[in-house]
Design a binder for this molecule. Structure first.
Ligand SMILES: Cc1cc2nc3c(=O)[nH]c(=O)nc-3n(C[C@H](O)[C@H](O)[C@H](O)COP(=O)(O)OP(=O)(O)OC[C@H]3O[C@@H](n4cnc5c(N)ncnc54)[C@H](O)[C@@H]3O)c2cc1C
Length: 270
């Protein structure tokens, strides 16, 4: 069920995921799907979208990186303090039976993909879980993914402090080359920095495999009314037709990997 009036939920627990990301837990049965998001409202500050990183049917968690006024204010909140939550919103990742998933995560993108990997356990699908970060301290959800028997974890860091020294997409290329014969079964799912996602889309096109990508845009309402997250030049609203789009739709978004818009609508190049 979608909640459009803010649920004023107390923060049940806060856990530190890595040097800069905390997970905020709420004891509420949100009944979300991997790739969906909530709008989190801090009265007097703003509301912002956050992907759901955990949802076990009884409680859910949001893994958040403190970067600006909203997220930094949230980091000042203590257990028991209330915030407003609406949602779950948006188009989720597809969860299919008997497929082989290659999930590709950068930064907090590992949150929704960790949630996806957990859900795939019920579908007899297998997962190559690829995570990239600038340095080993910033890797997310490696331990969680390693606990899942249907998942193989691959790690890449830009500085070589852990795993493959280089981009996470180098690992994806290698996996696709190995799996060339079974590629009909393969599906790529990506969430992370846009240039990483664009590289994943290029690989999906080159190897002709299915692909789901979660594309982030500045969102104000989250429910398809304000038009802030419309993308050129199809005009689809990423809060409702996305944030997860398939390969065909991603290929129609001409601004993908080139530019996005700030809250005033001004174009910002990648
Ligand atoms: C569908 C969707 C899902 C999202 N899921 C998450 C999530 O799971 N976890 C999460 O932490 N954020 C997530 N975000 C981003 C989040 O909504 C906010 O944009 C972010 O927290 C910054 O908000 P702010 O007001 O604190 O800072 P702002 O004032 O908006 O940003 C401050 C500065 O940081 C830059 N910035 C903004 N976001 C990031 C970032 N993530 N990394 C590095 N620099 C950034 C901005 O360009 C700006 O220069 C998601 C966004 C969307 C659209």
């Amino acid at each position: 069920m979608r909640h459009d009036s803010p649920l004023m939920l107390p923060i049940a627990k806060v856990t530190q995921e890595n040097s800069s990301v905390k997970t905020f837990w709420f004891d509420f049965a949100l009944q979300s799907h991997p790739g969906q998001f909530v709008m989190l409202w801090i009265p007097g500050v703003d509301q912002k979208p956050f992907s759901i990183a955990y949802d076990d049917g009884r409680r859910f968690g949001l893994s958040i990186f403190a970067v600006g006024p909203h997220s930094k204010k949230l980091f000042d909140h203590a257990v028991g303090e209330r915030v407003g939550v609406t949602g779950p919103y948006g188009n989720p990742f597809s969860v299919q039976k008997n497929r082989h998933y290659i999930t590709v995560a950068g930064g907090y993108g590992a949150g929704p993909l960790g949630f996806l990997a957990e859900r795939l356990e019920e579908t007899c699908s297998t997962v190559d879980f690829c995570i990239g970060a600038r340095t080993s301290d910033l890797l997310l959800f490696e331990k969680l993914a390693k606990k899942l028997s249907h998942v193989t974890v691959h790690v890449a860091t830009d500085d070589g402090s852990r795993g493959h020294h280089g981009y996470v997409t180098d690992i994806v290329r290698e996996l696709l080359e190995k799996k060339n014969k079974q590629k009909k079964d393969t599906i790529l799912s990506a969430c992370g920095p846009e240039l990483m996602e664009k590289a994943v889309l290029n690989l999906a096109n080159e190897f002709n495999v299915d692909c789901d990508i979660s594309i982030e845009r500045y969102m104000k309402c989250g429910v398809g009314i304000c038009g802030q997250c419309c993308v050129d030049d199809s005009g689809i609203r990423l809060c409702t037709e996305g944030p997860v789009v398939n390969r065909k739709t991603a290929n129609t978004i001409v601004e993908f990997g080139k530019y996005h818009r700030d809250k005033t609508g001004k174009k910002i190049d990648y």
